[in-house]
Design a protein around this ligand. Structure first.
Ligand code: NAP
Ligand code: MG
Length: 503
């Protein structure tokens, strides 16, 4: 055991166990130098002729080149999706569609380690998270929606449920595989076909998923994957799709909404957040500390529903802060592939710059910053876990989504004040409440303007549970029964001819 130094005076030094390195092997991942676009069931070279390098953010080393799809490539992918929709997929009985989804789910389980290692290499997240959370949840999502594929008439009794057509799906870099699963599984289960655009910095697991889909022998074109940057996403939104499903920044979400306004295209938006994690004086403190740490430092804080604003009831502020600072000193920052790593690499240089800029604004505005001492690797993109106290509601760090390992701490006196402060944000994706009193949990949940309210836990996900936002966090739900509706045309069921009863 060694004593850790602290960067700030007055903070107790916490004994931390030294662990030997425990890196997960990369041998299981077989990278190609160059990947193709996945269109109509084949990997093809881009008509644009353009490629871009994709890197490992923990080393800045190049992993591979992927195509930068242009409008012509996007149109080919959409045409392939339309062909598959009209010729095959929409007319397959639900139980047949389910077979393919079950195949994908099982393949994800069988190849989970390969996917998890690749996810951590390309995105920077700790292997223990990609292994224990991203991959199991992605597989669970396919299993869950496979189960609905032949039961749509029970999901929507008295209504006819018909697929919409081709879905254009644009996803971010914070949960590349999980977001691909959230988008593809409900679209396919309901009889739609899809064109998926992964984020510029994290295309590799989506391309591996395309391999799984090819091996599962889905009808060619049912799923297409077009890699590229923001322009590729914009081309997909503008293409001949019937529905756009987007997860990412509020800024781009608003732009997409403007682009497709007045068209027949359906839209769901899952955007940013600035969630309040609210700790009452009667909360079990040690448990709350773990929940606060999980709420903001999970996935380097690259989480739209992260508990990035901690609201603490005044009587326990000092005690909670002391425990939090001590806990921060035990977090291990470094190699994403090390099984002991708690905080991996920041996803990109651009994101690191954004975090640094917002943190600097916090210091400038007069908030007090705390960071534990920790050695950061020389290459790659890193940011220490960070706390701010003395934060006021007008500070940028209390209002803007930082999307990094940075927690802003505010205090409150009464439950009413907690609600008011929690709701004082343009966002409304999630919230957390920590208290012993069940009645208080219900009282708070009724008043918090957030799509998800967690009680005495945080960042919990299950495919059967709907997820989505209020206000500028977007609209539409993903997950659960609710997640089927955005992919369906729902109309009152016609009585069967002759007997007036349901057919
Ligand atoms: P972003 O630009 O909104 O990226 C999300 C996805 O949209 C990516 O696939 C992106 O492609 C694509 N895209 C970009 N411009 C587009 C356009 N005009 N039309 C259609 N698609 C477009 O987000 P970002 O730049 O990666 O991150 C910026 C900030 O957004 C973060 O700091 C964070 O605050 C927030 N964010 C939120 C979430 C979330 O889950 N709610 C996720 C990511 C980021 P490229 O990746 O190629 O640019
Ligand atoms: Mg971008």
């Amino acid at each position: 055991m060694t004593e850790l130094d602290t960067t700030q005076e007055g903070t107790p030094a916490v004994p931390v166990w030294e662990y030997a390195d425990a890196p997960e092997s990369k041998d299981i991942v077989h990278l190609q130098d160059r990947y193709g676009l996945f269109i109509a069931g084949e990997f093809v070279e881009p008509k644009s002729g353009k490629y871009m390098a994709t890197i490992d953010p923990s080393t800045e080393g190049i992993l591979a080149e992927v195509p930068e799809a242009g409008p012509e490539d996007v149109d080919l992918a959409v045409a392939a999706a339309r062909g598959a929709f009209e010729s095959r997929w929409r007319d397959l009985p639900g139980r047949e569609r389910a077979k393919y989804l079950f195949r994908i789910a099982r393949a994800l389980q069988e190849r989970a380690r390969e996917f998890a290692v690749l996810e951590s290499m390309n995105g920077g997240k700790p292997i223990k998270e990609s292994r224990d959370i991203d991959l199991p949840l992605a597989a669970a999502h396919f299993f869950y929606y496979a189960g609905w594929a032949d039961k749509l008439e029970y999901a929507f009794p008295g209504r006819d449920a018909r697929p919409i057509g081709v879905a254009g799906q644009v996803i971010p870099w914070n949960f590349p595989m999980l977001m691909a699963a959230w988008k593809l599984a409900p679209a396919l289960a309901t009889g739609n076909t899809a064109v998926l655009k992964p984020a510029e910095t994290t295309p590799l697991t989506a391309l591996l998923l395309a391999e799984v889909i090819q091996a599962a022998e889905l009808p060619p074109g049912a799923v297409n994957v077009v890699t590229g940057a923001g322009e590729t996403g914009a081309a997909l939104v503008a293409a001949d799709v019937d529905k756009v499903a987007f997860t990412g920044s509020t800024e781009v979400g608003k732009q997409i909404r403007r682009t497709i306004a007045g068209s027949h295209k359906r839209l769901t938006l899952e955007l940013g957040g600035k969630a309040a994690n609210i700790v009452f004086e009667d909360a079990p403190l040690d448990q709350a500390v773990e929940g606060v740490v999980n709420g903001i430092f999970f996935n380097q804080g690259h989480v739209c529903c992260a508990g990035s604003r901690l609201l603490v009831q005044e009587p326990i502020f000092e005690a909670l802060l002391e425990k939090l600072k001590a806990r921060l000193q035990t977090l291990r920052v470094g190699n994403p592939l090390d099984k002991n790593t708690d905080i991996g690499a920041i996803n990109s240089r651009a994101q690191l710059t954004r975090i640094e800029e917002l943190v600097a604004s916090g210091v400038e505005d007069g908030a007090e910053m705390f960071q534990p001492a920790c050695d950061l690797p020389e290459r790659g993109f890193w940011f220490r876990p960070t706390l701010f106290t003395g934060v006021s509601q007008s500070h940028r760090i209390a209002r803007e989504e930082i999307f990094g390992p940075v927690l802003s701490i505010l205090t409150f006196r009464t439950p009413e004040e907690a609600v008011e402060k929690a709701n004082n944000t343009p966002y409304g994706l999630s919230a957390g409440v920590w208290t012993e009193k069940g009645s208080r949990i219900l009282w708070m949940a009724e008043r918090l303007k957030a799509g998800v309210v967690w009680a005495n836990t945080f960042n919990r996900f299950d495919p059967s549970s709907p997820f989505g936002g209020y206000k500028e966090s977007g609209f539409g739900r993903e997950g659960g029964l609710h997640g089927l509706a955005p992919y369906l045309e729902l109309t009152p069921r016609e009585p069967a001819p002759g007997n007036g009863r349901h057919g």
